[in-house]
Design a protein around this ligand. Structure first.
Ligand code: ADP
Ligand code: NI
Length: 225
C-alpha cells in the first residue's frame, strides 16, 4: 500500500469537501488536526499513518455540516475505494466515530490509542486563539448572538441536548471549551492545552470587562429578561 498516495488522496478529498465551509470546520481545521495528531502520535509512539488518515477524514460526515456521523458514508467509500480490508476500514471508522464531544455530562471515553490521539488533536484545535475564532465563526454561521447575560450555560447530559443547543456563543466556553484541558487523553496534549486554556480565560476576562464598561450606565436599559 502506498501510504503517501493514500494521504494525498485523502487530503484532496478533504479540500474538495471542506473548502469554503464557514462554521470553523474548513479545510485548514482538518490540516491542523492532522498536524497536531501527527505531533502527538510521534511523542506517544503511535501509528502516524492511521492517525493522519483518520484526521483527514474525520469531519467529512460530521452532523454540523449535514453529514451522517453514524454510518460515515463518505469516509467509508474513500477507504473501500483505496482497497482497505473490511477490518481496517471499520477500525478507522471507529476512530472517527469516537472523536466527537457529546456534552459536558456525557462520557466520551475512547478505546484505542489512535482514537485517543485524534480526539485530543481535534480538541486542541477547539481551544486557544484558534478555538475562540472557530467558535465565533460557528455562532455567526448559525445566527447566534455572541452573548446574552440572561441565558446561563447548562451541563448537557445527552448528545441530543448538546447538538440542539441554540445558546449564545459565549455559553459554549462553559459548556465545552474550558472543560477540554482536563479531559485530554495523552500527557502530550495535556501539556499543549495549558497555554491555550489560559488564553481563553484571559479572553473572557477582557470580554466581560468591555461588556461591563459599555452597560454599567443604569439608564441604558435592556428589554431582555
Ligand atoms: P467535535 O467534538 O465533533 O469537533 P463540536 O460539536 O464540539 O464537535 O464542535 C466543534 C467546534 O464547533 C467547537 O469547538 C466550536 O468551535 C464549534 N461549536 C460547536 N457547537 C457550538 C456552539 N453551540 N456554539 C459555538 N460554537 C460551537
Ligand atoms: Ni474536527
Amino acid at each position: 500500500m502506498d501510504q503517501q498516495a493514500i494521504l494525498k488522496a485523502a487530503d484532496e478529498l478533504a479540500l474538495k469537501i471542506h473548502t469554503r465551509e464557514g462554521s470553523g470546520h474548513d479545510y485548514w481545521h482538518v490540516k491542523r488536526v492532522e498536524g497536531l495528531s501527527a505531533k502527538i502520535a510521534l511523542q506517544e509512539k503511535a501509528c502516524t499513518f492511521t492517525i493522519r488518515l483518520a484526521a483527514c477524514l474525520h469531519d467529512l460526515d460530521d452532523y454540523k455540516t449535514g453529514g451522517d456521523e453514524e454510518n460515515l458514508p463518505q469516509a467509508k467509500e474513500f477507504l473501500e475505494h483505496q482497497g482497505f480490508s473490511e477490518d481496517k476500514t471499520q477500525n478507522i471508522l471507529d476512530i472517527i466515530r469516537s472523536v466527537s464531544f457529546r456534552g459536558a455530562g456525557v462520557n466520551d471515553k475512547t478505546n484505542s490509542i489512535e482514537a485517543a490521539i485524534l480526539q485530543d488533536a481535534d480538541r486542541l484545535d477547539a481551544t486557544g486563539a484558534i478555538g475562540v475564532a472557530r467558535t465565533f465563526a460557528f455562532g455567526g454561521n448559525k445566527n447566534r448572538p455572541i452573548y446574552d447575560p440572561a441565558v446561563k450555560p447548562v451541563c448537557h447530559t445527552s448528545y441530543g441536548a448538546y447538538k440542539n443547543s441554540t445558546a449564545p456563543t459565549i455559553n459554549h466556553f462553559y459548556e465545552k471549551l474550558l472543560l477540554l484541558k482536563d479531559r485530554m487523553n495523552t500527557e502530550t496534549a495535556r501539556r499543549m492545552a495549558e497555554e491555550r486554556h489560559r488564553f481563553m480565560e484571559d479572553f473572557l476576562v477582557q470580554f466581560y470587562a468591555e461588556w461591563q464598561e459599555a452597560t454599567e450606565n443604569k439608564s441604558i436599559k435592556s428589554n431582555s429578561k
